[in-house]
Design a protein. Sequence first.
Length: 460
Amino acid sequence: MDHFRYQYGQLYAESVPVDAIADAVGTPLYIYSKTTILDHVHRLREAFRSIDPLLCYAVKACSNLAVLRTLVGAGLGCDVVSGLELERAWLAGCPMEKVVFAGVGKSDDEIRAALDGRYSPLRDHASELAMPDPAGRGVVGVLNAESRSEVERIASIASELGVPARIAIRINPDIDAGAHDHTTTGRSSDKFGVPESEAAAICRDFFGHPHLRVIGLHVHLGSPIYSPTPYIRAIGTLTTLIDRVGAEGTRIEHLDLGGGIGADYETGQTPPFEVFADAICPAVRHLVDRGIRVALEPGRTIMGNAGILVVGVRHVKRQSGRRFVICDAGMNALIRPSLYGAKHFVWATRVEAGREPTERRFLPPSGEPCEVVGPVCESGDFLARGVDLPEVRLADRLAVFTAGAYGMTMASTYNDQPLPAEVMVAGDKVTIIRERQRPIDLIAPGIAHRGVAWQAEMAR
Ligand code: LLP
């Protein structure tokens, strides 16, 4: 499953004791396992091999550049949802033709930069960042459009720049994939995509446009999804639509089924990739045989179990039949438990022999239930509630598992808590891939660059 394992009571990230990393780097700290990332990619690819999909990693899951470089190096493209995610993909070396640019509300500037690298916001920083001039990087592979109004904006900007835009229309198939209400995206009441009839009308109206071509259809039903059934239903809808628009001249060559495949928050929670692939591959086979390339946008399933959050214990107190373990980070570093009621298995990084967890699943507490909480001034600031946890003392550390996806990318500085550091482990090699945020950068961002100008501002 992953490369975070206990040996003789000590949690290891690949071959390195987690406590040794925390001693050197401090907490709170995200640790990613490179071997796990690459294993997940390999297994996903193998499962879907018969249709050879274009895998575009969903950058929003974990956007650290070292993580992106690892994935791009393994041949993945990128699914980006903002102009700056696009820049990250570019910085990580992703060829633009392997980028799909989604997002329900792209700005004109973001669309411009996607069509022509001369409009990249990093252009003035190319030498500082030791990167080639983005001007010549070309057009993104596909822009996923979510409304007629957006298609019109893209057409107009593409015409202004004289660049041909390839778009995929995001379909809202009115399918409830059963994810959390906040992350279920394929119901007609959700803001995403357009109904099939509107997609067909857009194809008709833009057919033959000199600067915009509808080449694909896109769907993303929600996240996480624990069964292939919603995908199969969506493929049915999309197949009918492909034939319908085809009869009117629009040849679909790209079919993007989005992301959503779950991760194992609790041991065995998510079916293996084969269960998804064995249902999806036969359902799209006839389309692939007609020359349509299937794309997938996996995020969580690659990164979820490839990362842990390590927090330090600051205090332990017992109150009203509960044990409160107060840590140096909570919702500021990992908001998923507070925001979605998500369950992340938490355990001490060092335990007595025999107390290593055999699976990642909260058992009913044997004694007093434990509340694992952070320092933030809200009762909603918790990492786990009412759980079983070994006895811990001040300065011990806890590992929060399956935190590699939507952990750091959703972290905030609420209560002026600096953002955690991030580390990548590969075998016995440990690399700091993002320094802990410095207090000065949190309190006075840009001061290092602005120097005297800043002092003048403060004096006013
Ligand atoms: N493609 C699109 C268009 C998406 O909106 C998403 C996720 C993905 C792909 C990747 O989905 P994945 O394979 O990672 O499930 N913050 C929430 C998850 C929000 C997902 C948003 N979109 C969480 O922590 O659970």
